[in-house]
Design a protein around this ligand. Structure first.
Ligand code: ADP
Ligand code: ADP
Length: 227
């Protein structure tokens, strides 16, 4: 459970003429599914990476449940991110890929085992735990990447265009799976896409970004009626 507050957030890349994010303000409600949408280069990924702690912020504040997290490393944030390119370790099995982040955080073997098996169950991957990613399909790899986030039991999930490398049929299936996961885990989810249909079908709230500026933030229904 977590509310994320973005207050006067700024990102200025060194040497860039203009700020990638000049001044963003947004409240992401507890347990909501918020989709960030907009054309390539509008700052979606930058915003997400700042929330994840992968990108230094140039100004403003990020709060989770009122707690300032500007200076926390990714490891110490109660947040997990799923990347477009899956970012799996190719030489490790599915099990090891999912366990890795927990090992880093010094969880016990038994706890790791419980969590990995529970995640594999949720994602219907129990048969695949010994496989290596290179012997898996794109959809299976993306499931592993999601599993790696689930085992952390984070308050907030971040998805950076997680389905864009999948074919159309699988994309539709994974959309449904991710929404189901959202209901099941009751986590707060922030999802980046440039696909309008994905945004309209998945978001409780859609945030439209243009040149680093939030243009609109509303429910799909309200956006559809007042484009
Ligand atoms: P999106 O995810 O919407 O495609 P990005 O957040 O990747 O957009 O990029 C926003 C802007 O910041 C773009 O103008 C991009 O060129 C710039 N940018 C992104 N990453 C970097 C970086 N590492 N260094 C300099 N500029 C960057
Ligand atoms: P997780 O917490 O998701 O289990 P870990 O923290 O164990 O992952 O290790 C993965 C590390 O690699 C993290 O620091 C993560 O931020 C980083 N990482 C993974 N994929 C990417 C990527 N595509 N770009 C930047 N950093 C990445």
């Amino acid at each position: 459970m977590a509310t994320v507050e973005i207050r006067n957030l700024v990102k200025q890349y060194p040497g860039a003429a203009k700020a990638a994010i000049p001044n963003a303000n947004l409240t992401i409600d507890d347990q909501s599914f918020v989709v960030l949408v907009g054309p390539s280069g509008c700052g979606k990924s930058t915003l997400l990476r700042m929330i994840a702690g992968l990108e230094e912020i140039s100004g403003g504040e990020l709060l989770i449940d009122g707690q300032r997290m500007n200076d926390l490393s990714p490891k110490d944030r109660d947040i997990a991110m799923v990347f477009q390119n899956y970012a799996l370790y190719p030489h490790m099995s599915v099990y090891e890929n999912m366990a890795f982040g927990l090992k880093l955080r010094k969880f016990s073997k038994a706890e790791i085992d419980n969590r990995v098996r529970a995640a594999a169950d949720i994602l219907d991957m129990k048969e695949l735990l010994d496989r290596k990613p290179k012997a898996m399909s794109g959809g299976q790899r993306q499931r592993v990447a999601i599993g790696r986030a689930i085992v952390r039991e984070p308050k907030v999930f971040l998805f950076d265009e997680p389905l864009s490398n999948l074919d159309a049929k699988l994309r539709v299936q994974m959309r449904v799976e991710i929404k189901r996961l959202h209901q099941r885990l009751k986590a707060t989810m922030v999802y980046v896409t440039h696909d309008q249909v994905e945004a309209m079908t998945m978001g409780d709230k859609i945030v439209v970004l243009k040149a680093g500026v939030i243009q609109q933030a509303d429910s799909p229904m309200n956006l559809y009626n007042n484009p």
